[in-house]
Ligand binder design. Structure first.
Ligand code: PLP
Length: 455
């Protein structure tokens, strides 16, 4: 190699081989494996010493875990068999950067011959472990973790949409996701259309040649409307438009969107996946090829997590199935209790036959989670708030899906600054209460709600 070779021409040799024309580092970036590219779900990073069980390749591990049950996946996916110092729990790698023992080793990395970490913005060991667990749970080729659920949706949409593109939402989707599109993506020339949730004729009518993504949540928040995934995917396929499901309320335990053919699945991991009301995170799952530019943009946006945060998520995921079983049981029992209580006008819970989308939910979901919304009979907002205040076990807070039960009045918590017309449009009533049932004992939660309703 000539001694006077510039950094640029060095780099061009590395990135494109001997005959390339590239003469700048930035040109080269396109030809390298995307920075932070993770072979998470293939388990390649497990191949390092001590990573694999005797006699198994990373492909064997992946196949075995794909067939395994939910808890086997969430406990073991993405984990090395033998960790540093023999530690059974995950070491927390706080490093912001990762060292190379020599230029040869750096060259192997930039040539895409070695899969490893480089710089924290492109991915870290603790994040990879969680990504492998989430990909396994979701039955997805790959998962990408973000610093919050909102960062995940922003990251996905920014990478998939360009000026002139259009996106169609069902109108009960998370209001901040819709706000991001309507207020912010609009400034970059992306058009957002909203149609009534579950109205596939309206969704089809809103699709045109510029439409690039169909977005739905299932079930929705706070009305717990289940969306028919077969119809949703069929519409996307017929019109050649990608589909995105925000399955935060369902989780991969209660809904398997990828098995229906949905392209991208989003979760606020802040909720059931973390499960302990102690972290913020988000995840997008899907096909590796479709996620490659998404991961690449995440490396630029920098919406990544600290290793400590990822340790909490990893720890939370290990008990995911056990927690979900309890959330489902508590949700169903408490919804049934509320439905027969004389002070309750209406209960929104997809596990009740009275819910308008019960049949869809029952055909797609083995359980319905811990979130319940209900209306108090003959109550104004003040009387409703007295019930919220009288509850002794659930805490008053936004969010859902944690081990502690939470209770709130959507009118005050999330829609206080909306006009009455806007609230009416969103279906938010003065006498509405939303409760996220935690994992406490159902009898205790029922007794507490009974005394609060009868106080
Ligand atoms: C259904 C749904 N999607 C996305 C989000 C955003 O997640 P995060 O708060 O982790 O940014 C939320 C938050 O409440 C949500 O309820």
């Amino acid at each position: 190699m000539p001694t006077n070779m510039s950094i640029d021409s060095d780099a061009s040799d590395l990135g494109r081989g001997a005959n390339n024309e590239a003469d700048t580092v930035s040109e080269l970036d396109d030809s390298r494996p995307s920075r932070g590219f993770s072979e998470t779900s293939s388990g390649k990073h497990l191949e390092q010493e001590g990573g694999l069980p005797a006699g198994e390749t990373s492909a064997d591990v992946k196949e075995r875990l794909q067939q395994a049950g939910c808890s086997t996946q969430s406990v073991h996916a993405g984990e090395k068999r033998q960790k540093a110092e023999g530690s059974i729990s995950a070491p927390i790698f706080t490093a912001s950067t990762f060292t190379f023992e020599s230029t040869d080793s750096l060259m192997r990395f930039v040539e895409g011959k070695e899969d490893r970490d480089e710089y924290g913005r492109y991915g870290t060991p603790n994040e990879r472990t969680c990504e492998a667990k989430l990909a396994a749970l979701e039955g997805a080729e790959e998962a990408i973790i973000y610093s919050s659920g909102m960062a995940a949706i922003v990251g996905l949409l920014m990478s998939r949409l360009s000026a002139g593109d259009e996106i169609v939402f069902f109108d009960q989707c998370y209001h901040r996701s819709r706000e991001f599109c309507a207020k912010h993506l609009a400034r970059f020339g992306v058009v957002t259309r909203e149609v009534p949730t579950g109205d596939f004729d309206a969704m089809e009518a809103a699709i045109n040649s510029n439409t690039k993504m169909l977005v739905s949540e299932s079930p929705t928040n706070p009305h717990l409307t289940a969306v028919d995934l077969e119809k949703f995917v069929a519409l996307g396929k017929a019109t050649e438009v990608e589909t995105l499901i925000d399955a935060t309320l369902a989780t991969p335990f209660n809904l398997r969107p990828i098995e229906y053919g949905v392209d991208f699945v989003l979760h606020s991991a802040t909720k059931y996946l973390g499960g302990h009301n102690d972290l913020l995170a988000g995840v997008i799952c899907g096909r590796s090829e479709a996620l490659e530019p998404v991961r690449s943009l995440r490396g630029i946006l920098g919406s990544v997590n600290s290793a400590h945060n990822m340790y909490l998520l990893e720890r939370g995921l290990k008990t995911f199935e056990l927690r979900m079983q309890r959330h489902n049981e508590n949700g169903q029992r408490i919804a049934e209790f509320l439905e027969q209580h004389p002070r309750v006008e209406r209960v929104y819970y997809p596990g009740l036959t009275s819910h308008p989308t019960h049949e869809i939910a029952a055909s797609q979901m083995p359980g319905f989670g811990g979130l319940i919304t209900f209306l108090v009979k003959d109550a104004d907002w003040k009387k409703t708030s007295q019930i919220v205040d009288a509850a002794k076990i659930p805490r008053i807070a936004p969010s859902l899906g944690g081990v502690e039960s939470l209770i709130e009045q959507p009118l005050v918590m999330s829609y206080f600054h909306c006009t009455p017309e806007e609230r009416a449009r969103f279906g938010i009533y003065d006498n509405m209460i939303r409760m996220s049932c935690g994992i406490e004992n159902a009898e205790d939660l029922i007794a507490d709600l009974k005394q609060a309703l009868e106080a």
